[in-house]
Ligand binder design. Structure first.
Ligand code: GLU
Length: 307
């Protein structure tokens, strides 16, 4: 039987210019799909309407086009999809998996909630078994949490390898809708990837812990699990993580100084995909791409090499 064509996605948050880490993750997502003649989907992740804007979305499309990272279709932005997310929320409610949570931010960050290294915490289940009378005593809108089971989720990541996660001890019951009615990233991503038929999710290593959370929601919604590839973060030569704060390394600045081929050649070289640091177009790399060529540990990039 012929292999089904892969469907990948770019899922940028239009809250600023792409920085080098975003460009690298987008390049890897694109190469993985295009090397197998697959389809690429673009989706703007603009749930946070305070931080995101249609202007940045437009600049992102232009940046992708400048980089030569083409896509076949764009699905509706997340902030237009709350009616769709409602239907999935209702399904969880009908399955008896949701409960209202009245905890305040300061309660959640109290000593009772152990902080994890990534800044998140394990929800201790404070509101899990409130009675109707207790709920009625709170005079404010609740957030909604989905119960998570005590079981292991195995993530077989194409870059990071095998890992196992127990959501009950890793994060506790997850918020799926905030008190202000806005759906959270984990629910929106799961629904959007599932409905778009995405078969592989390629993104930065900082989102690895989201994979088991999304796999759990996929299983509740009846979506197949996609393949995952969480690519290493880019580090400066001194080991510091390159981030949005490095303003000189966002595309607004870089586009003035380097060609897309120079940028892509440098990224591909630092990542171990090519042997010499020379300009190359994304489409020229697609034929040769294989995940096992990628460096698995941190990728060091000396910005001076770009200038
Ligand atoms: N929107 C996220 C970001 O820009 C990516 C989420 C994902 O790839 O699942 O970092």
């Amino acid at each position: 039987m012929a292999e089904l064509k892969p469907v990948g996605r770019f899922a940028p948050t239009p809250s600023g210019r792409m920085h080098l880490g975003n460009v690298f993750a987008a390049l890897m997502a694109w190469l993985s799909v295009r090397s197998r003649d697959g389809e690429m989907v673009l989706r703007m992740e603009d749930l946070d309407t305070q931080r995101t804007s249609p202007e940045y979305a437009e600049i992102l499309r232009d940046d992708l086009s400048w980089l030569g990272l083409t896509y076949d279709r764009e699905t509706p932005p997340q902030n237009q999809r709350s009616a769709v997310y409602d239907t999935y929320f209702d399904r969880l409610a009908r399955q008896g998996l949701l409960y209202p949570c009245y905890c305040t931010r300061s309660q959640l960050h109290s000593v009772n909630a152990p902080h994890l290294s990534d800044g998140t915490y394990v929800y201790p289940g404070t509101c899990r078994n409130l009675t109707e009378a207790e709920r009625a005593g709170f005079h404010r809108a609740p957030a909604w949490r989905v119960r998570v089971p005590e079981c292991l989720w195995a993530v077989d990541d194409l870059v990071q390898g095998h890992s196992e996660w127990n959501l009950a001890s890793d994060c506790g019951d997850m918020v799926v809708r905030r008190a202000d009615g806005v759906y959270v990233y984990q629910l929106a991503v799961t629904v959007d990837d599932g409905e778009a038929g995405v078969t592989e999710v390629v993104r930065g290593m900082d989102l690895l812990s989201s994979a088991p959370r999304q796999m759990y929601l996929q299983s509740l919604f009846g979506f197949p699990h996609p393949d995952y590839a969480h690519v290493p973060m880019l580090l400066a030569p001194d080991g510091r993580r390159l981030s949005k704060r490095d303003k000189d390394l966002d595309l607004g600045q870089l586009r003035r100084r380097v060609s897309p081929e120079r940028l892509i050649g440098t990224l591909a070289y630092c990542a171990g995909l090519i042997d010499r640091n020379e300009p190359v177009a994304a489409r020229e790399l697609a034929g040769e791409f294989r995940w096992d060529k990628l460096r698995r540990d941190s990728i060091f990039l000396d910005a001076a090499e770009l200038i």
